[in-house]
Design a protein around this ligand. Structure first.
Ligand SMILES: Cc1cc2nc3c(=O)[nH]c(=O)nc-3n(C[C@H](O)[C@H](O)[C@H](O)COP(=O)(O)O)c2cc1C
Length: 400
């Protein structure tokens, strides 16, 4: 079991913070599908940015499953400490500090992964934040600034010294961004160097890979980012592999709900889409006013999905976010079809035969994805999904 302060995680797979991805609806989906902890998108520590719609959307949501984890990013120790306190007062139960983000916007101010260049400043920030809040503070790092400056072990030791309660390590340097092989060896070295739980992160896209990485690095858990986009049931698959039954809600265990079955995918996608529209439709895109009495707290019941059509109250924002997430589901369906014929153990004849079998379906999915991207209302998006799956059910399930 992984403990972070008073919180005991039910399993060993957690969702990585991803700006523009891990919003409240997606976090809900991942938690229900077995992520043992989810982290919101990073929130700037600069108070001048606090009242923006973006920052407000990134606050802890009272309906987020516990522990409600919020990530902060910044440069100044005192400002970071104040930001942590503000987040806790707004409902955060764990404060995560971002020293992993490679974005230029973030790095040019010596924030995110750039902080790893200055271990003195890292120490000051961690001391200030841990000293200010009563909740656990966690840290997300890379393996270093660049291949000549890999100092993840040094930073991890500082973090433990300063009272940080868990670490997530993306196994690449900042200069590697998302390219090249993940350094699971360095993650293993960090695990050896500290006594706090370490989450291994980077390129984990299947349950088997999660097991291989855990075995190889000795990490307490895995953190999944892009592997959960369009495939949030990866968490239940990992829980299933490890027998972490408590981590996945009963309804969504991989056994009771095979998400490679198209009916179950339809159910999940419709529910996710309704939730996106419910959540965002009351955020007025034309100004920064947040309607606090909106449907942030209402989780759509799955059986209501099809009846829960919204009027034209939808916002552009919800439509855009819907497109992003639903297209990942489409891409994941294509991947599920393509993967088998790319398998190395098939000869070229077998591979071509399989490819020909699934090609028409891939074209259908690509067309559906393109059409979906042109729709501009909640109802049109829901109807499109319903129609797409209606056709697909008659063709047969996408095999696992
Ligand atoms: C779109 C996107 C946004 C991200 N935003 C953040 C962020 O806000 N904070 C952070 O610490 N890492 C962020 N990351 C990095 C991820 O948390 C993770 O470390 C990285 O994607 C590697 O894991 P993966 O291979 O499982 O995706 C982001 C990554 C992506 C792809």
């Amino acid at each position: 079991m992984i403990n972070i302060g008073p919180y005991q995680l039910a399993g060993r797979a957690v969702l990585a913070p991803m700006a523009g991805v891990t919003d409240f609806p997606f976090r809900q989906v991942c938690r229900r599908l077995g992520a043992s902890m989810v982290t919101a998108e990073m929130s700037a520590s600069n108070p001048a940015l606090r009242d923006t719609r973006k920052s407000q959307l990134r606050l802890a949501n009272p309906d987020d499953a516990e522990p409600r984890t919020i990530q902060i990013v910044g440069t100044e120790p005192l400002q970071m400490a104040a930001a942590a306190q503000y987040q806790v007062e707004s409902g955060a139960q764990i404060v995560d500090i971002n020293m992993g983000c490679p974005a230029k916007k973030v790095c040019k101010k010596l924030a995110g992964s750039a902080l790893m260049k200055d271990s003195g400043l890292v120490r000051e920030i961690l001391a200030a934040v841990v000293g200010r809040v009563d909740v656990p503070v966690t840290l997300k790092i890379r393996t270093g600034w660049d291949p000549d400056n890999r100092n993840a072990v040094e930073i991890a030791r500082i973090a433990e010294d300063m009272g940080v309660q868990s670490l997530a390590v993306h196994g690449r340097t900042r200069s590697c961004r998302f390219q090249g092989v993940v350094e699971y060896d360095t993650i293993g070295e960090v695990v050896q160097a500290v006594n706090i739980p370490v989450f291994a992160n980077g390129d984990i896209t299947t349950a088997i890979k999660a097991k291989t990485v855990l075995d190889y690095t000795g990490a307490a858990g895995v953190m999944i980012g892009r592997g959960a986009q369009g495939r949030p049931w990866i968490f239940s698959e990992i829980n299933d592999l490890f027998g972490d039954k408590a981590a996945t809600s009963e309804f969504f265990t991989a056994k009771s709900l095979n998400l490679n079955n198209t009916r179950n995918q339809e159910h999940l996608i419709m529910e996710h889409l309704v939730h996106i529209h419910d959540y965002y439709q009351d955020f007025d895109v034309s100004n920064n006013n947040l309607n606090k009495t909106d449907s942030r707290t209402s989780v759509p019941k799955s059986e209501d999905c099809k009846n829960n059509r919204k009027s034209e109250k939808h916002t552009e924002l919800a439509v855009r976010i819907g497109r992003k997430h639903i297209c990942w589901y489409f891409e994941q369906m294509i991947k599920t079809l393509v993967d088998p014929y790319n398998k190395k153990d098939l000869n070229s004849m077998e591979s071509r035969k399989l490819e020909q079998q699934v090609k028409p379906l891939i074209i259908d999915i690509e067309t559906a994805k393109k059409q979906f991207n042109q729709l501009s209302s909640c109802n049109a998006q829901l109807e499109h999904i319903e129609h797409f799956f209606g056709e697909l059910h008659t063709t047969g399930d996408i095999a696992a």
